[in-house]
Design a protein around this ligand. Sequence first.
Ligand code: HEM
Length: 379
Amino acid sequence: PFDWYARMRRESPVRYDESRKMWDVFRYEDVDRVLSDYDAFSSDMRDAEAVSFDDDQAMRRTMINAEPPEHDRLRRFVDERFRPGTIRELQPRLEAFAAEFLDAVEDADRIDLVGDFAYPFPVTVIAELLGIPADRRDQFKSWSDALVASPTEETTAAMEKNERQRQRARREMAEYFGDLLDERADGDGDDLITLAATSDDLERDEKVGFCILLLIAGNITTTNLITNAVWCFDEHDVTDAVRTGEIDRKQAIEEVLRYRSPAQSIRRVATRDVELGGETIEAGELVTAWIGSANRDPDVFDAPEEFRPERSPNRHIAFGKGIHYCLGAPLARVEADIALDALLDRFDTIEPTDEPKSPLSTQLLHGLEALPCRVERAE
Ligand code: HEM
């Protein structure tokens, strides 16, 4: 999509797309405005869009589609748990999970980076944070699979089937989380389900919605970040330099976030008529803010089409901006850092065997469905 973004930034940075009945916004400055100005551009699309949450009250009531004051109430109770300091304390547990997945492919000389590692690792981390009992992890993973699965074909029938499976997973999860929330209503555990269960600020649907939101927002994005990092490092021949520390790993991850942003776009709805880039967006119209394009805007980044792992400063907006700024950003950063540290420590060689292909080319996400790699263990 990156050539298309560049052309759109030059030729029609704010434009209405008739076929999707939606505005597209491509420049950094404008994307920043759309994300920051929640008064004019609302995340509450519950009425504007034929969202598929009809039978799913819980998902209608989460922070990601609410605006203040509702938003702040829905986010406040959990904010502290995702601060960098709190997340750092989790590090040893996360390292143990990463090691576990790599132990499982101990003797392989080929792995699928996505299926063997980058996908199950974040799912397990979220399950752990929520306090999902270990014997339900597989069930939890299969719900996650259903939520992220893409239709097998581009036909209406395939898409409807896919959507039905997704709804079923959401329903089953809602039931399961509902039961756990009830069980833990007087609990004193430090897991997030107990935290939600014991909160006086949230209604039941909102508690359930919160649990499902974490799974939806936090998994495939983190999978993509880990996958895109291995992909970018190989593509630009810096894997060894990152392994030895010659290139700072954390800084390189920031550049991956910019260069191959795991979430490429975000939607809003205009609450009133707004001027943007010389166009008038009317009240009620939908807007797609292209983060992936903003992150390659030459007005903000030198040589934006180059992957520069030591880029500094790096003002990418891969985690969004403003009040909806990603709750899980500190966690995602730590997960990616631990994942790459573990991989590069374990393997002397980790090399995609083919040109990475079949990008998950939904409008929303940027990543790979699989990344077969040849690996050689370190001595
Ligand atoms: C919000 C990206 C990982 C939980 C967002 C937003 C973006 C984003 C762009 C803003 C959405 C908007 O403005 O409408 C990413 C990326 C990730 C990642 C690129 C990984 C590399 C995570 C993780 C979690 C998480 C690991 C949780 C465990 C959330 C939540 C919100 C959010 C709850 C909504 C925040 C709010 O509305 O106040 N994320 N995310 N994300 N993210 Fe993430």
